[in-house]
Design a protein around this ligand. Structure first.
Ligand code: UDP
Length: 319
C-alpha cells in the first residue's frame, strides 16, 4: 500500500489476534484506524496499548447487526469472526452470522464509501483437501453439515458474496485465504495448537496431541501475514490469494520443536481427533510470490521464540 496519503481504515474484528496486529501496523504507518468488535472472541486487552493514541478509535458493535461508523472510509479490512476451531464450535450461530449477514453488511458499507474491501477468508475453504499443496484454483472438500461447517461454509459464502459485490457493483474487493497463523496476543485459552502446546509445555503439563499427530499444518508468523495484507491492498487482484507459510510439518514434529525450545519435559497425551480435522494443509503461495512479491520471512524457530516469551509473561500475569 502506498505510504504517502493517510487513509481512514475500518478493521472489523480489530480487537482479535490478527486484527490487533493490523491496527498496530497501519497506525504506525500514519493511517487512521477505527475498530469495530463485539468482543466475543476478541478482547479490549489486545488493543489497550492503542487506546488514546491519535487516529485510533474503538467501537463496540456486531457486524451482523445494524451498526454505524461515522466519516468517510477508504479501506475496510473485514476480519470479524471467531477463528479458532474451539471458538467457532462454541459460537456456531455467531460464526455463521459474522460470515454471512456480517460480510454483506460490511460490503454495503464499502459500496457506499467506495472503499477498498478486504475479506479475511481461510484455508478452511479447502476443507479436508484431496490435493496438496492447495492452490487457489482448488475448490475444496468440505462437509457442509459437519461441526466445522459453521466456519467453512460461512467463509465460502463470504467469498461468494464478496465476488458478487465486485462483479455486480464494481466494489474494489480483495480476498485472502489465511493459513495457520501464530504469534503474540493469541489467547492462552485460544485452543489452537501453538498456544496449547506452548502453554502446556511451560506449565509442565502433557501436550495434547489430537489423533495420531501425523496430520500436517504449516505456520505463518503474524508479522509476515500483515505484510502480505498490506501488499494486496495496493494490488489490483480481486480473486483469492493464499497467504501462509509453506513449511509443512506434522503435529508431532511441531510438539518436538516446542518441547525443545521451552526445555520442557512434558509428555505427549494422545486425544481423539476432532471430526473433519484436515489430514494435510499446506499453501501453494506461487500466486502471492508472483503477483505481490510476497513470501514469509520469519522462520518457525524465530517466530516461536517471540511467541514463547509472550506466553511466559501472559502466564505470569494470570497467576
Ligand atoms: N491439535 C492438536 N492438539 C491441540 C490443538 C490442535 O493436536 O491441542 C491439532 C489439530 O487437531 C489440528 C492441528 O493441530 O490437526 C492444528 O489445529 P488448530 O486448532 O491450531 O487449527 P486448524 O488447523 O485445525 O484450524
Amino acid at each position: 500500500m502506498k505510504k504517502d496519503k493517510p487513509k481512514k481504515i475500518l478493521i472489523t474484528g480489530g480487537a482479535g489476534f490478527i486484527g490487533s496486529h493490523l491496527c498496530e501496523y497501519f497506525l504506525a504507518h500514519g493511517h487512521q484506524i477505527t475498530v469495530l468488535d463485539n468482543f466475543i472472541t476478541g478482547s479490549k486487552e489486545n488493543v489497550r496499548h492503542l487506546i488514546g493514541k491519535k487516529g485510533f478509535k474503538l467501537v463496540k458493535g456486531d457486524v451482523s447487526k445494524p451498526f454505524s461508523i461515522s466519516g468517510k472510509l477508504d479501506i475496510i479490512l473485514h476480519m470479524a469472526s471467531p477463528a479458532s476451531p474451539l471458538d467457532y464450535m462454541r459460537y456456531p450461530i455467531q460464526t455463521l452470522d459474522a460470515g454471512s449477514a456480517g460480510t454483506k453488511n460490511v460490503l454495503e458499507l464499502a459500496k457506499k464509501n467506495r472503499a477498498v474491501f478486504l475479506l479475511a477468508s481461510t484455508s478452511e475453504v479447502y476443507g479436508d483437501p484431496l490435493e496438496s499443496p492447495q492452490t487457489e484454483s482448488y475448490w475444496g472438500n468440505v462437509n457442509s453439515i459437519g461441526t466445522r461447517s459453521v466456519y467453512d461454509e460461512a467463509k465460502r459464502y463470504a467469498e461468494a458474496v464478496t465476488m458478487a459485490y465486485h462483479r455486480t457493483y464494481g466494489v474494489n474487493t480483495k480476498i485472502i485465504r489465511i493459513f495457520n497463523t501464530y504469534g503474540q496476543r493469541m489467547g492462552i485459552n485460544d485452543g489452537r495448537v501453538i498456544p496449547n502446546f506452548i502453554t502446556q509445555a511451560l506449565l509442565g503439563k502433557p501436550l495434547t496431541v489430537y489423533g495420531d499427530g501425523k496430520q500436517t499444518r504449516s505456520y505463518c508468523h503474524v508479522s509476515d501475514l500483515v505484510e502480505g495484507i498490506s501488499r494486496i491492498l495496493g494490488s489490483n487482484l480481486h480473486e483469492p490469494v493464499n497467504l501462509g507459510n509453506p513449511n509443512e510439518m506434522t503435529v508431532i514434529e511441531l510438539s518436538k520443536v516446542i518441547l525443545e525450545m521451552t526445555g520442557s519435559k512434558s509428555r505427549l497425551d494422545y486425544r481423539p481427533l476432532p471430526a473433519d480435522d484436515p489430514k494435510v494443509r499446506c499453501p501453494d503461495i506461487s500466486k502471492a510470490k508472483k503477483e505481490l512479491g510476497w513470501q514469509p520471512c520469519v522462520g518457525l524457530k524465530e517466530g516461536l521464540e517471540q511467541t514463547i516469551v509472550y506466553f511466559r509473561s501472559a502466564l505470569k500475569k494470570r497467576r
